[in-house]
Structure formats: structure tokens, C-alpha cells
Design a protein around this ligand. Structure first.
Ligand SMILES: Cc1cc2nc3c(=O)[nH]c(=O)nc-3n(C[C@H](O)[C@H](O)[C@H](O)COP(=O)(O)OP(=O)(O)OC[C@H]3O[C@@H](n4cnc5c(N)ncnc54)[C@H](O)[C@@H]3O)c2cc1C
Length: 510
């Protein structure tokens, strides 16, 4: 922020928000700015944190700040749950961070088919409210993360095989545009903006609410299975089964649409552990398609021992399951993630190689104070992509024929800044190796261009993975709704549309 303009910017902010503007040095500012998921976001220090409580105040803020942003005197950030770990994604050094958490509200439509969720909500209260009516939505698997960033990045849900990406369930966004105008974007009205916001992140405006399709949800069967270390190697052989499991018409045909699985190998406190997080969303207890993971009547003829006291399989609700997973993460650590996407072509060797190299990286980094390290496999099933394609389109635009895909996620966490460089470098090297192998070392290239925005690394070119056609569509949307580039150059955090493709007539982009 240009220091000479600081007093004027403060006046502009207080004219809209009164005393809901936080400044460095105050207890409220320190508390607010220390509440991100990653220490790296906490370390970014905005000059002001603006805390609107309603849509009119968001409009007022955009109008009041717009001249300063367009003149280059001030940068903006938009923050909701604050769970994206990339520094500067939802915070801005020396600029104005608009903290959307004051916008609350979960309102079910009269016919109960749609719920409108304000941008400041997290998922736990959404599920709690909907479960009163026997309903739910395809939201996050973890309850305490923000609704807004999750949906704008696409979103993986336990219902994804049936419903597509979580953003595919959004039937309407309410958005404050760069002009300060508030608009609705749905299949009939501003349909280009609607489609672009489904996975297009913070590039087009400040979203103030999301209308999502609801559906009936009965009991769900699932939970966590933690395996005993002495069956670790054997269990790893199941990776083959993990790959086949999510295939449409694969091992178990259509029933696969009711299952959801995350496969996780983790290191912490000197121990390695292997965990499956499994769900059957129609509540069938220990269904055949999950038995390899539950260790009962394995189709491979194997029986795996799990650590009983750490096995939480039960029949419950999405609210309860998302609360369970909320307990497995801590805010404020030095932590980040990086991921690649693999096309599953029946080639399982790469997953074993990925594990072996993760293990070698672990050996190099594990002496860092407080080091924990996870390797996860998330599955984008063919039916997920088919259902996504049927839902009206989104920014990711992944052809269903590309599926199934496997998202490989790496997640380190540690305590001390002196270990930052070597850990970032270690993970960058690991990801570079993965990419190189996936392209060159198997019978055909297994690297898929899609990078899941919600698990992307700070250096990733997420939009390149969406494909040229989608980028052109997003560029047109940006030019139409934000011709001067308030949300491109004026809001630097998050993944931005590729500059070179924005054209020379697009104001701030040049
Ligand atoms: C413990 C944990 C569990 C997770 N589990 C899942 C999971 O199950 N599935 C999944 O898909 N992802 C998951 N994620 C990833 C998560 O979806 C992303 O981190 C997401 O960005 C979080 O949203 P947020 O609102 O908390 O983020 P923020 O950090 O507040 O925002 C993220 C990005 O969205 C932009 N943004 C936020 N609000 C708005 C708005 N109102 N208008 C415009 N732009 C906005 C910000 O500017 C920023 O660039 C998980 C993350 C964590 C930490």
C-alpha cells in the first residue's frame, strides 16, 4: 500500500465499516491474523483487515477501495475459512484483507431442494442445520474448513461419485463484482459467470453466498481404519485394489458410486501409519466393495489386522464423520501441500514407486523439529466425472473419458522456520521426480494435466491444467465482468488466469 494513501484508505474503510477495521498492534488484529491454517498465511501482515457483516458492506468496500486498487495504491485479499495454506492466497502483505467470516446464514428453500449458504460459513453448521430435515449437500469431508474457498476450488466430497465436484451442486452464486454491483449467477442469469466460478476461484468477484442442491441422506457407514505396522508391507500390496476399486463397471459396478475412499500413509512422532478412510453413503455395513480395506472377507483372500482401538467404523451421519476428520488437523503449523494427478490406466507400479520415494524423502527430512508427513491418494472416479459433466459445466472441464484419475497429495508439517528451505526444496524435488516418472517411465504417460486447485502447490499452473478452451472461456468472463482487472492484478493472491492469454485490451492485465 502506498504509505501516502494509507490515511485515505483507512477513511474509506471506516466510512463503510465503522470500527470493524482492524489495524496492526491491536489484540483483535493479532487474533484475526493468527487464525489461518498455515503459519505462512499468519506471517503475511496486511495493513488493514476489513470485517464486513453483510452484502451491502462488501459492496461498499469494493466501491470505496476500487480507485486505490486500480491506481495501484492498494492490493486486496479475500479470506473466508483461511484454510488454503499458500501464503498470500487469502491474505496480502501491506494491503487490505477482506475477512468474509462475518457473513453468516444457512437458509433452506421452502421446498427444501436448495440451501443458501453465506460465504463466511464453515461446513459443520451447514450439515448440522440440514440434518434436522434429513438432508445434506455434497460439501467438504472436513467440517471446520471454509465453504467459500472449498467450493470455488472445485471441492471433493464423500458424495462426489454421485454428484461430481462439490461446485457442480452450486446452482447459484451471489457475487459482488468489481464495479460494486451485486449479481446472481445461475444457469439462466449470468450463466458464463456461474460456470466460471465453479472452480475458477477468486478471479471474478467476491462471492457472498452459494445456493446448493440438497438431497436426502440417511445413515452413512464408514470411518477410519488404522492398520498395524507389522502388516504394512502386505497391506501396501492393496494399492492395486485401491486403483481398481473406483472404476465404473470395475470390481463392483454401480455400487462403487456409493463408496468413497481416501488412502493415507503418514509419519509422525517417530511412527509410520497407514489409514483408510472409507464410506458407504447409503449406509450399507461393510459392503463387498470395501471389504479389502476393512480386512473382512477380503476378495484377495487376505486378512489384515487393524489397531482395534483406532478403528472407528460405524453407522452415523455426514456431520459426525466430518467432525471426526476435523480432529486430524491443526491450524497455525508450518504446513503446505503439493499434488499431481495421475491417469489410472491399470499401471500400479507408479504408486509403489511414489511410496518408496516418499519414504526416502521422509528419511532426509524427519530430523526437522516436529516433522509430520503424509502421502494420500484421492480418487476421481469415472462416475464422478460423468456426473460432473451432466451438471451444467465448470471451469475444470475434465472430459469423463479421462477418468478415473488419482490425486496424489503430499503434506508436510514442521515447527521451525530454519527448516523451511530444505523442506520446500525436498518436496519440490520429490514432485519433480513424480512428474518425470509419470511422463517417461511407464508404458504410457500417466501424468494428467489437471491439478486440483484445493491441493495445489504455490508454484503450480492450475489453469494450464484446465485446458485452453476453458482458459479462453474464463478470460472472456473476466473481461466481461471485471474489465479493469480488479480481481486479477489488484487481488494478487490465489491462482490467477494466465496473463499472456488475457489480451492487450484488458486494462490492468497488460
Ligand atoms: C484440514 C483440511 C481439510 C480439507 N479437506 C478438503 C476436502 O475434503 N475436500 C476438498 O476439496 N478440499 C479440502 N481441503 C482444501 C480446502 O478446500 C481449501 O484449502 C480451500 O481453499 C479452503 O477454503 P477456505 O474458505 O477455508 O479458504 P481461504 O484460505 O479463506 O480461501 C481460499 C481461496 O479462495 C478465495 N476466496 C475465499 N473466499 C472467497 C469469496 N467469498 N469470494 C471469492 N474468493 C474467495 C481466497 O481469496 C483464496 O484464494 C481441506 C483443507 C484443510 C486445511
Amino acid at each position: 500500500m502506498t504509505s501516502s494513501k494509507k490515511p485515505q484508505i483507512l477513511t474509506a474503510l471506516t466510512s463503510v465499516l465503522g470500527d470493524a477495521v482492524l489495524q496492526p498492534g491491536s489484540t483483535e488484529y493479532e487474533k484475526d491474523n493468527s487464525s489461518y491454517f498455515s503459519a505462512f498465511e499468519n506471517e503475511v501482515k496486511p495493513s488493514f483487515i476489513a470485517k464486513p457483516n453483510n452484502v451491502e458492506q462488501v459492496q461498499g468496500l469494493v466501491r470505496a477501495l476500487r480507485p486505490y486498487v486500480l491506481s495501484g495504491d492498494c492490493e486486496l485479499a479475500i479470506r473466508s475459512g483461511g484454510h488454503n495454506p499458500i501464503p498470500g492466497s487469502a491474505n496480502v502483505q501491506g494491503g487490505v484483507t477482506i475477512d468474509m467470516r462475518g457473513l453468516k446464514g444457512i437458509k433452506l428453500s421452502d421446498d427444501q431442494s436448495v440451501v443458501e449458504i453465506a460465504a463466511g460459513e464453515i461446513w459443520t453448521p451447514v450439515y448440522a442445520e440440514l440434518e434436522k430435515y434429513g438432508l445434506t449437500v455434497a460439501g467438504a469431508r472436513v467440517g471446520h474448513i471454509g465453504v467459500a474457498g472449498f467450493l470455488l476450488g472445485g471441492g471433493l466430497s464423500i458424495f462426489s461419485s454421485q454428484k461430481g465436484f462439490a461446485c457442480d451442486s452450486v446452482v447459484e452464486f451471489q457475487v459482488v463484482l468489481a464495479s460494486g454491483e451485486v449479481v446472481r449467477a445461475n444457469a439462466e442469469e449470468n450463466a458464463d459467470l456461474w460456470r466460471s466460478l465453479r472452480g475458477g476461484m477468486n478471479n471474478f468477484g467476491i462471492v457472498t453466498s452459494f445456493k446448493m442442491k440438497t438431497f436426502k441422506s440417511g445413515p452413512i457407514w464408514g470411518g477410519l481404519i488404522c492398520y498395524h505396522p507389522d502388516v504394512f508391507e502386505e497391506l501396501f500390496g492393496l494399492i492395486d485394489c485401491v486403483c481398481c476399486f473406483p472404476q465404473e463397471g470395475g470390481y463392483y459396478g454401480d455400487h462403487d458410486k456409493d463408496t468413497h475412499l481416501i488412502y493415507r500413509i503418514s509419519y509422525g512422532f517417530g511412527q509410520k501409519a497407514m489409514t483408510s478412510v472409507v464410506y458407504h453413503t447409503r449406509g450399507e455395513e461393510n459392503p463387498p466393495q470395501l471389504r479389502d480395506f476393512t480386512g473382512v472377507e477380503s476378495t484377495l483372500g487376505l486378512r489384515y489386522r487393524w489397531i482395534d482401538e483406532m478403528c472407528t467404523m460405524r453407522t452415523s451421519t455426514q456431520l459426525d464423520f466430518c467432525e471426526e476428520l476435523s480432529n486430524f488437523s491443526n491450524d497455525g503449523l508450518r504446513q503446505f501441500w503439493a499434488s499431481i494427478t495421475l491417469a489410472h490406466k491399470g499401471e500400479t507400479g507408479i504408486l509403489e514407486d511414489i511410496y518408496d520415494e516418499w519414504d526416502r524423502t521422509l528419511e532426509k527430512l524427519k530430523d526437522a523439529e516436529g516433522f509430520t508427513f503424509a502421502l494420500e491418494f484421492h480418487f476421481v472416479t469415472k462416475s464422478m466425472l460423468e456426473n460432473s459433466a451432466k451438471a451444467g459445466g465448470n471451469a475444470m472441464a475434465i472430459p469423463p473419458s479421462d477418468g478415473p484419475l488419482i490425486i496424489v497429495l503430499i503434506n508436510p508439517a514442521w515447527s521451525l522456520p530454519e527448516d523451511d528451505d530444505r523442506i520446500f526444496k525436498g518436496i519440490e524435488n520429490l514432485m519433480a521426480l513424480y512428474r518425470q516418472w509419470a511422463i517417461n517411465d511407464y508404458s504410457s504417460s500417466l501424468l494428467h494435466p489437471y491439478i486440483f486447485a484445493n491441493y495445489a502447490y504455490k508454484e503450480d499452473d492450475v489453469f494450464a491444467g484446465y485446458g485452453q478452451e476453458s482458459v479462453s472461456m474464463l478470460r472472456e468472463t473476466s473481461k466481461k465482468y471485471d474489465p479493469e482487472g480488479l480481481f486479477q492484478r489488484g487481488t494478487p493472491g490465489g491462482f490467477k488466469l494466465p496473463k499472456e492469454s488475457l489480451g492487450s485490451d484488458s486494462g490492468l492485465f497488460v
